[in-house]
Write a new protein. Structure first.
Length: 76
């Protein structure tokens, strides 16, 4: 699970509260917003991490393929 400093977490809680009021017309208290944030982090962190790994793997494969092609082009 993602780890945030206390300041980062407080900022995210405030952002979540503002979002809920502005977009959903729902007012969350600090504890409610923090519990919701913790739930979202717990649910999203593994999926986000795994997707980031897949994205990096695809990038590495693409770059490796291009390097292989460039090396082959240099062959005499």
């Amino acid at each position: 699970m993602a780890k945030f400093s206390r300041e980062e977490k407080q900022h995210l809680v405030r952002e979540l509260q503002v979002y809920c009021v502005d977009e959903l017309d729902i007012e969350l208290g600090g504890f409610q917003a923090e519990f919701l944030l913790d739930f979202m982090i717990k649910q999203l962190s593994p999926r986000t991490y795994n997707q980031a790994l897949k994205d990096v793997e695809a990038l590495i494969w693409d770059r490796t393929e291009r390097l292989t092609e460039e090396i082959s082009a240099l062959a005499k």
